[in-house]
Structures are given as structure tokens and as C-alpha cells.
Design a protein around this ligand. Structure first.
Ligand code: FES
Length: 580
């Protein structure tokens, strides 16, 4: 196994912050005097790496309620290592409370992250996030700023509890909601579920988007080993926070930047981990965006190529049985990766200064019920497949492990909903005559159509069918779905309907064929007829005419390109600020 390369060490004169503080001129006098105003002496604040602690916290982010204490612990580490810590609050994307969807604002956090790092006297950064979009948002910005940066995941919340049953975020909500809709669950039980499903600070504790993205951040090499799965309220999380503070100071001296870590092979490693975890389908969009920022070419097909050779060995909900606490106790990401050695490039560098191989050298699986042996997986192929066909020329995705196997090859009659409000009005109406073998189609729910591509892709099963015991149907949309969701849901159809993709002209009654094994999704309508319908099609009116929403509509790419803003993808160098 190759050892990590040695780096030339920066000296004080190389520190970026010295441009603000060192010169003997009027402007630097101003900067130094304002440090004094804040109560810092020259010994405390100057000639040391300045470490920005980017804290994606606010009172509306229920997953980050422990961050005020963690910031102090990161600061403790930074001081211990001889740095100067500065907390910078940034936009907190609360998956639960932000509407229409936190995804609309991921790029805003990325933009803010990049600009606060660039515009301040900062030498390195600790990125504190966890709730879904905060992970890619912070990392995308940090990659573009390309200062030494280390990610501190929020960690999962405690397992949920209802009587003797352990509850998983999202996954069990959908399950019990279906039972409630079917009339099998009374209001009292529903209230108890409400009180027991989210019992502490921390992110959703199933293998949803937050857990997937934290594991991806660790596999990419952007966290310290083992950081991704530590429960938010575990004392080990506090120790990890302090360790991040200490390590980032060394990273500044080593000039260890994200672009040295985020190579094409690091992204391949991350996809392996994602597939072995049966991770959230959202991870594909975020990885595409991260790769775009890092200047790494990552075609959508790469996910399918890696998926074909990567078994699902994490037995975690929604695909499996266990929760994130169990995953942590079983050894977490290092243990998972130790099982996947043969599929990984172990020479990739990590923020620890060691290679990935060195980081997992001592890892062992403690509980084989949670992290399965490589040769007895949950599924032989990975968690997410990429499909193409006449309905999705730009591609789309499905998570077969979360679907009923009987539906993975299915031809059915389309029932088309033109928008989410249309779906809400019609879905439960018995007059619609929806049958269990129909295919539910939702359009105008994509990056531009919704806009922001909300998690509407797990369309609800119509109530009359729920009452008959139906729990899964084929569903197709240009939306995303929560990583905690399940079902035979074909997602991220590109191009989306609002851009005139074929999804725009599907009609109720058309036949659609899904063949997951063949990676196909086809509209069984004559090409000439589709072309005729598209000739008569016009795009829906734009929802935003001004403000950030307008910027999003003008600049977002499609799902198969990561939904980043075009002007934020990697281009020429961005100049350092002049200091006059
Ligand atoms: Fe924050 Fe799920 S709501 S991670």
C-alpha cells in the first residue's frame, strides 16, 4: 500500500491571512486594530493559521441543535494546535422546514461558502453540516474556494422508538402513514409515533441523504476516518470536533487542499461506498455537482458501471433492517470500506494526511448482521441503477433495493399528473379508476418545473388501492425522492418535462415499459406521434420572474449534470481579493 506523499510545509509568510495582517500599512493597521477591538492580542491572533468554522446552524435546523457546543469543541482543537478559530455562520438548509425544498437553496449555500472563505482572512476551514443539502452545499463551495478544508458531519440522531419498536426517520413515517391512510392506525398511535420518531439532535438515522452524503464525504477523504457515523449526541462526536480543529491547522501548514484530495479515483471510491450502502438517489446529483466543482469528468453512466460490480453490504433502512447507531457500533464507514478493499483505490489521499488504505488499515467489522460479508450481500448489484430510453434520453435513476421485485420489469398504463397540486387533488379520487398495475407519472416537478426538484418522486399510493392492501406501484417523475423513501420510483427523468423532454407529452392511457435489468424506460408510443405532440407543446410559465428563484431558473443544470449553476462550475481561476 502506497504511503501518503510528503508535502512542502508552509511557513508563516505563506499564510493567506498574512496579506490582511502582516504589512506595515494603513489597511493592515485597520485589520489588526479591529482584532484588538474584539479582545484578541497579537500573540493570540496573528502569525497563526486562521481557521474559519463554517457553521450551518439556525434555530430552524433541528438536525444541528448540538452545533453551538460543537463549535466550542472545534475551537478548542484549533487553539490546541496553534491556530486562530473564527466562527462564521452560514445558511442552514433545514430539510424539514425550508420550502418549497431545501434543494432550491443548495447552490446558494455553495455560493455563500465559497465567497465567505475567499473574502475573509482565512487559511483553512472546518465545515459543519449534516442535514441533507448542507453537506454538498458546504463542500461544493469549499472545493471552489480550494482552501484546506475538513468536513465535520453532524452525525445521526438516536434511533426512534415506539413501544418496543425501533423507528427509522422517514422510512417508518411513510410506512405508518400508508397504514393510517388505509384506516389501520388511530390518532392516538399516530401521536405517539410523532413523539418517538426523532429523539435527539442529529440527522435522519436511516441511510437517507444525510447519512449517505456523510459516508461519501468520508470516502472521498474529506472527513477524518470514522467521522460519518458517530451519533450526534455521543461523546465521541465532541472528541471528533476537537480533532477536526487540531487537524485543520496542520492541513494549512501542509497546504492540503480539496483539489489534491478530490481526484477521479476518489469519486469512484465514493460511488462504490454509495452503492454498497444502497445510498440515497440524491447522492448521484450531489456527486455530479461536486465532481463538476473539482474539475473531474463524471458521466452519469459511471454510477451504473460501478453499481454492476458493487454488492449492497450495508443492512440499513430503507433497503435493509438496521439504523445508523447500529452502523456506528458495527464499525462505521472504515469497516464498510475494509470489506470493499478490492473495489477501491486505496492510494487516494484524505484530510488526515494518510491515504484511504492507511486510514482503514485497522478497521474491522464488529457486527456482521449490519455490515454483511462481501459474498453474502443484500443484493449482488449496487443500490442505484441508471436507466435510459425513449422516456428519458438524458437518463434517470431507480433504487431497485427499495422496490418490490415483481415491479422491476413491468408494462402498464400511464396515469399522468401535470403537477404536484394536480396529483394531490386527483390521486385518492376513486373516479380516476387507478389500478394497481398502472404507472403513476408526475411531471413538472424537476429542477426548473417545480422548481428546485423537490422530493415528490415517491408518489403516494392511491387511497382506494391502499385499502385493498397495495403498497407499491411503478412511479415515474422528474422529481427527486427522499433517501429515506422506498418503492418502485423512477426518478430524475432528464430532460425534465418543463424543458420539453418526452415526459412532457405522455398522456394518460399511454403504455410505458420499465425494464430495470435492461436499464430501460420506454414510452410505447410512435416516435412520429411523440414528435407531433411535442410540436404542439409549450413550456409552463416560469414561477419566478425575479430574485434568487429567477437566478435558479436561469442557471441550474439538469439532474444528469448535478443541478449546479452553470456559472459556478469549474472554469477559469477566480482572483484573490485585492486588499487596498
Ligand atoms: Fe435533517 Fe433528515 S431532516 S437530515
Amino acid at each position: 500500500m502506497a504511503a501518503a506523499p510528503e508535502y512542502r510545509r508552509n511557513s508563516i509568510g505563506d499564510l493567506r491571512s498574512q496579506r490582511w495582517f502582516a504589512p506595515d500599512d494603513l489597511r493592515s493597521f485597520g485589520h489588526r486594530s479591529r482584532l484588538r477591538q474584539m479582545g484578541y492580542s497579537a500573540e493570540e491572533a496573528e502569525g497563526r493559521p486562521v481557521i474559519a468554522i463554517l457553521n450551518a446552524w439556525n434555530d430552524f435546523n433541528q438536525c444541528h441543535t448540538h452545533f453551538p457546543q460543537r463549535v466550542q469543541e472545534v475551537k478548542r482543537g484549533v487553539w490546541q494546535a496553534g491556530g486562530f478559530p473564527v466562527e462564521i455562520p452560514v445558511l442552514s438548509l433545514s430539510e424539514m422546514f425550508m420550502k418549497p425544498t431545501a434543494m432550491l437553496y443548495r447552490n446558494l449555500l455553495a455560493l455563500e461558502t465559497e465567497e465567505v472563505l475567499r473574502s475573509h482572512p482565512v487559511d483553512g476551514a472546518v465545515l459543519m453540516g449534516g442535514c441533507d443539502k448542507t453537506v454538498p452545499g458546504l463542500m461544493m463551495g469549499a472545493i471552489s474556494a480550494d482552501l484546506p478544508a475538513i468536513f465535520l458531519p453532524a452525525g445521526p440522531m438516536l434511533a426512534g422508538r415506539f413501544r418496543t419498536e425501533r423507528l427509522g426517520s422517514g422510512t417508518d413515517v411513510w410506512k405508518y402513514w400508508a397504514e393510517r391512510q388505509a384506516g389501520c392506525l388511530d390518532a392516538c398511535v399516530w401521536r405517539h409515533l410523532e413523539e418517538g420518531i426523532a429523539r435527539s439532535a442529529g440527522t435522519c438515522m436511516t441511510m437517507g441523504t444525510a447519512s449517505t452524503m456523510a459516508a461519501i464525504a468520508e470516502t472521498l477523504g474529506m472527513t477524518l476516518p470514522g467521522a460519518a457515523a458517530i451519533p450526534a449526541v455521543h461523546s465521541a462526536h465532541s472528541r471528533m470536533a476537537a480533532a477536526c480543529g487540531r487537524r485543520i491547522v496542520d492541513m494549512v501548514w501542509e497546504d492540503l487542499r480539496p483539489t489534491k484530495i478530490l481526484t477521479a479515483t476518489a469519486f469512484d471510491n465514493a460511488i462504490v461506498a454509495d452503492m454498497a450502502l444502497a445510498g440515497s438517489t440524491n447522492a448521484i446529483i450531489h456527486l455530479l455537482a461536486l465532481a463538476g466543482r473539482a474539475g473531474v469528468s463524471l458521466p452519469l453512466e459511471r454510477f451504473d458501471v460501478i453499481s454492476r460490480t458493487t454488492p449492497v453490504i450495508a443492512n440499513l433502512r430503507p433497503a435493509g433492517e438496521f439504523l445508523m447507531e447500529d452502523f456506528y457500533d458495527a464499525g462505521g464507514v472504515p469497516a464498510l470500506l475494509s470489506r470493499l478493499r478490492s473495489l477501491l483505490s486505496l492510494d487516494c489521499l484524505t484530510v488526515s494526511g494518510k491515504t484511504l488504505g492507511e486510514s482503514i488499515a485497522d478497521a474491522e467489522v464488529i457486527d456482521e448482521r449490519v455490515i454483511l460479508p462481501f459474498d453474502s450481500p443484500l443484493s449482488r448489484a449496487g443500490g442505484t441503477f441508471v436507466l435510459r430510453g425513449s422516456l428519458a434520453p438524458g437518463g434517470c435513476v431507480i433504487k431497485p433495493t427499495a422496490a418490490e421485485a415483481r415491479l422491476l420489469q413491468h408494462t402498464g398504463r400511464a396515469i399522468v399528473f401535470d403537477s404536484y397540486p394536480d396529483m394531490k387533488i386527483r390521486i385518492d379520487d376513486p373516479a380516476e379508476g387507478i389500478r394497481a398495475d398502472d404507472i403513476l407519472v408526475l411531471r413538472n416537478a424537476g429542477p426548473i418545473g417545480a422548481p428546485g426538484m423537490p422530493e415528490w418522486g415517491m408518489l403516494p399510493i392511491p387511497k382506494p388501492l391502499l385499502e385493498q392492501g397495495v403498497r407499491d406501484m411503478v412511479r415515474i417523475s422528474d422529481a427527486r425522492m427522499s433517501g429515506t423513501s422506498y418503492g418502485t420510483c423512477v426518478l430524475h427523468v432528464a430532460p425534465e418535462a418543463a424543458l420539453g423532454g418526452p415526459l412532457a407529452v405522455v398522456q394518460t392511457g399511454d403504455s410505458i415499459r420499465l425494464d430495470v435489468e435492461a436499464r430501460r424506460i420506454d414510452l410505447l408510443v410512435d416516435e412520429a406521434e411523440v414528435a407531433r405532440r411535442l410540436d404542439g407543446w409549450s413550456p409552463p410559465s416560469a414561477r419566478y420572474s425575479r430574485g434568487y428563484g429567477r437566478l435558479f431558473l436561469d442557471q441550474t443544470t439538469q439532474a444528469d449534470h448535478g443541478c449546479d449553476f452553470r456559472f459556478l462550475e469549474r472554469g477559469g481561476p477566480t482572483p484573490e481579493p485585492d486588499i487596498f
